[in-house]
Design a binder for this molecule. Structure first.
Ligand code: EPZ
Length: 426
């Protein structure tokens, strides 16, 4: 068991550097099996999801090792196509190996992917898209069993701009025969970064960041040394923490462009935001005024920052309304925030807050990764002591969150019982 113990209050001041983006690195790890040569992912965060993905790769005969912070993957000896069920259940990103395995060994078998329980999260769009490329599915009832003779380029229009389905299609089309056109694709910065990564391996991809991506299949891909983009969600988390507690925080290794939905939302509120190169400087003295947020696919407000802005809405002055449109069960943190004194009502889709002067500390439970981060922020701004239990959800996606917040002046510790392994151990 791991938990965050937080004594709330006090400004946040200083500098913090974010890690490489979790949601960029995870599909890249699947992409690394598309060549027999070494793939080096620079500054790869040693977060729990990455460590599970490494275990999956090793189970397929792929060699993976860290050299300080760089991860070296060599898939020349890949000898498996079945992903162990227990590991599939641990993270959603195991699904990226469908596309990558079909490209590399022409078959794949896996249980349905796990991940945060923030909605049904079906993979129907992935499956329909892969069928267009010629993939045969033999079972999609209790597990996924599929194979392909030759992947063939096709025109595919996604029913929804799903991040994962777009990435799976990229991973399966880069080595296909002919050209694949992905319409209504996702435009998230992490999708763009996956395209840059695959291009650095020799793939021919055009149009990422727009509604249509075109992939011209190539015969082979080669190794690469690649530095992923900084984590905009981690950066957004420190940004929102500064709005809650007040202070002056410089966040580096994150292109402000990728955080525009957050910056645009608050730049006319009470804080001051400066940006240059890969740095965001945020200065906040007064309580944020009530606001509205509606999550939706990029370039709209990211669902992965919804829980964190809920923590902000709890203590903003006046009324705030937060609408979640991406996942149907992503307010798991709200009952916990209400136990901390939040004045909020919500249904599956919308939460309405009447900002209170301050939350009070409480014993609360993280139910998912970002919801847990939202509770940490609520605890940082609350009066008294907050314990956020089940911190392992948060450690799936944040590297040394407590240490980084402590360096900004927060009073927060990650406490684990004697039987729990250090969360960042391989
Ligand atoms: C990615 O999940 C991210 N995960 C999520 O981050 C993020 O919240 C999400 O994109 C949206 O930005 C990774 O990149 C590893 P989707 P993904 O497919 O790919 C429905 C975090 O905390 N849908 O765009 O699973 C789905 O149910 C995580 O870091 C289908 O109906 O997201 C959801 O309602 C959580 N059928 C919506 O689309 C499908 O086949 C968006 O899902 C696929 C998706």
């Amino acid at each position: 068991m791991e938990k965050f113990v937080i004594n709330g209050g006090g400004r946040l001041d200083g500098k913090v550097r974010v890690e490489s983006a979790k949601n960029a690195v995870l599909p890249m790890l699947a992409g690394a099996i598309l060549t027999s040569e070494d793939v080096v992912i620079k500054n790869c965060p040693k977060i729990r999801d990455v460590l599970v993905m490494i275990k999956i790769l090793k189970s397929l005969g792929v060699k993976v090792k860290f050299e300080t912070n760089d991860l070296i993957v060599n898939a020349s000896g890949i000898n498996g196509y079945i992903i162990p069920s227990d590991l599939c259940g641990e993270l959603r990103s195991s699904v990226f190996l469908l596309g990558a395995l079909l490209s590399r060994v022409k078959r794949a078998e896996m249980a349905f992917p796990g991940g945060c329980k923030i909605g049904e999260r079906p993979i129907d769009i992935h499956i329909v898209a892969l069928k267009y490329l010629g993939v045969d599915f033999f079972d999609i009832s209790t597990k996924i069993v599929c194979s392909v003779k030759t992947l063939k380029g096709a025109k595919v229009c996604l029913a929804y701009p799903s991040v994962g389905a777009t990435e799976n299609l990229l991973l399966s089309s880069v080595l296909a025969n002919g050209t694949t056109v992905i319409k209504n694709c996702a435009k998230e910065p992490e999708v763009k970064d996956l395209c840059s990564f695959l291009r650095s391996m020799g793939a021919k991809i055009f149009g990422e960041g727009t509604d249509t991506i075109t992939v011209e299949g190539v015969k082979r891909l080669h190794g690469t040394v690649y530095t992923p983009i900084g984590d905009r969600i981690e950066a957004g988390t420190y940004f929102i923490a500064t709005l809650i507690n007040g202070g002056m925080v410089e966040i580096s290794n994150c292109f402000p462009q990728n955080l525009l939905p957050l910056i645009d939302k608050f730049c006319y509120n009470t804080c001051k935001i400066n940006t240059f190169n890969d740095i965001i400087l945020i200065t906040s003295k007064n309580k944020v005024k009530g606001f509205t947020v509606t999550t939706a696919p990029h370039p709209a407000f990211p669902t992965d920052l919804q829980a964190q802005v809920c923590a902000l809405a709890c203590v903003a002055s006046g009324c705030s309304v937060i609408t979640e449109t991406v996942f149907e069960n992503r307010f798991l943190h709200l009952p916990e925030m209400i136990r901390m004194g939040a004045d909020a009502v919500f249904d599956g889709k919308r939460a309405v807050f009447n900002g209170v002067k301050s939350l009070h500390g409480a014993n609360v439970f993280a139910k998912d990764l970002r919801g847990g981060a939202g509770l940490v922020l609520a605890g940082l701004g609350a009066e008294g002591k907050t314990v956020v239990n089940d911190a392992m959800h948060v450690n799936r996606g944040y590297y040394k969150l407590a240490e980084k917040l402590t360096s900004l002046g927060a009073d927060i510790k990650l406490v684990r019982d004697r039987n729990t392994k250090e969360c960042y151990e391989e």
